[in-house]
Ligand binder design. Structure first.
Ligand code: ATP
Ligand code: MG
Length: 249
């Protein structure tokens, strides 16, 4: 049997995918920005594989390229060279529409600056993640709303369910962004400093949810500059000046 097309992968989003394939595989990825005519090598010759049910932390100092790497992994920033493959399919060889569909179904993203929709309340912000799935049936839509409400509760935000992002603290907004990224049960959750604005209690709650998420065919890739937090992951990838150093299991 040949390799399934991305269309098949997308339509089978809710079933176990492609047994042995690596969940996410980066090969020789490079991304250079230019500032005032000077090149900034944000990610250099980066190769790495993420298997199902792994919880991986990328750790490194500010400016070393963590966010750039995560955006590349999420299909949001095309590298100059190298490939990023989800279940063996190169994300950047897809059309923008296909890539958007794959991202909606398989990839959850927590942005460092959250990017919540300012005019939607907490539950609707979480629910917004399901728009890309184009759910047609009222029953599916109802179930998705119920899941959004449960996630809001799970992250301790029930009493803020109808508040707008401007009415929330930074840590509360961060938790809304996490709930939104988990809504579609993506195969990979990419989280940029997901506990950076949280107090110790909420940090532990979020960490626990992330860990529970990385089971079976799902994985988590988070970035942080907090080495102590990163040490709690299954694997730690150290990054410096755009390059991958060692990986500690
Ligand atoms: N759009 C851009 N244009 C120009 N330079 C950029 C751009 N985005 C990032 N950079 C530069 O690329 C390098 C890596 O940035 P990146 O945001 O990936 O770092 P980071 O490790 O996430 O840092 P932090 O821990 O502060 O979030 C930095 O030197 C940054 O200034
Ligand atoms: Mg960053």
């Amino acid at each position: 049997m040949g390799k399934p097309s991305f269309k098949d992968v997308f339509h089978n989003a809710r079933v176990t995918l492609l047994g042995n394939a690596m969940l996410l595989e980066l090969e020789n990825v490079n991304k250079t920005f230019s500032r005032s005519g000077h090149p900034i090598a944000a990610v250099q010759n980066f190769s790495y594989c993420i298997e199902p049910s792994q919880f991986v932390a990328v750790c490194g100092p500010s400016g070393c390229g963590k966010t750039t790497l995560l955006l590349i992994c999420g299909g949001l920033l095309r590298p100059e060279t190298g490939t990023v493959a989800l279940y063996g399919h190169d994300l950047y060889s897809l059309s923008p529409e296909e890539r958007a569909a794959i991202r909606s179904a398989h990839i959850g993203f927590v942005f460092q600056q959250f990017h919540l929709v300012p005019y939607l309340n907490v539950v609707d912000n979480v629910l917004a993640a399901s728009l890309g799935l184009r759910l047609e049936h009222a029953m599916e839509q109802k179930q998705m709303r119920q899941r959004a409400i449960e996630l809001v509760e799970r992250f301790g935000l029930s009493d803020r369910a109808e508040h707008l992002p401007t009415e929330l603290s930074t840590g509360q907004r961060q938790r809304v962004a996490l709930a939104r990224a988990m809504l579609n049960r993506p195969k990979i959750l990419l989280a940029d400093e997901p506990t950076g604005n949280l107090d110790a209690e909420n940090r532990d709650v979020v960490w626990e949810h992330l860990r529970k998420f990385a089971v079976d065919d799902r994985s988590v890739l988070l970035v942080t500059h907090d080495a102590a937090a990163a040490a709690r992951a299954d694997k730690v990838v150290h990054m410096e000046a755009g390059q991958r150093l060692n990986t500690i299991s």
